[in-house]
Design a protein around this ligand. Sequence first.
Ligand code: DCP
Length: 134
Amino acid sequence: MSATTGRSDEVVAGAIFRDGRLLLAQRVGPPELAGLWELPGGKAEPGESAEAALRRELREELGVEVAGAQRVGAGVPLAGGRVLRAYRVELVSGEPRPLEHAALCWVDADELERIDLVPNDRVWLPELRARLRD
Ligand code: DCP
């Protein structure tokens, strides 16, 4: 919990959809998460909005510019008092590259069912699947 804002510290994760597919990124670490796939993102800085944190993290991790931040699914409590939240963001410019991940992939609804997601991100499967089947 932040002493200045009273808000739980947030970890943001970005859901980018394009042509009926969702972008996933393969983690390089820690060892228990290495090789698993996630919505890319990271820790918001103190006082930083979710939208600003997503812009910064996805620029750093993917080399792209994104806009917007529409909540997807439930928040996931993390160890240390942080809360992980997913947001749908729009790709504004750039082609995603794995600058901090082992690899990237674009999955359709069927591939999303079969890929090894990090455990936390599995809670968003119903919403992500619904969006891909729209
Ligand atoms: N996390 C997750 N699912 C995601 C994104 C993150 O479960 N889609 C988890 C993994 C970590 C925590 O959230 O336990 C923080 O994520 P990162 O390590 O990716 O965040 P940072 O890159 O900001 O961390 P650091 O600054 O420590 O490198």
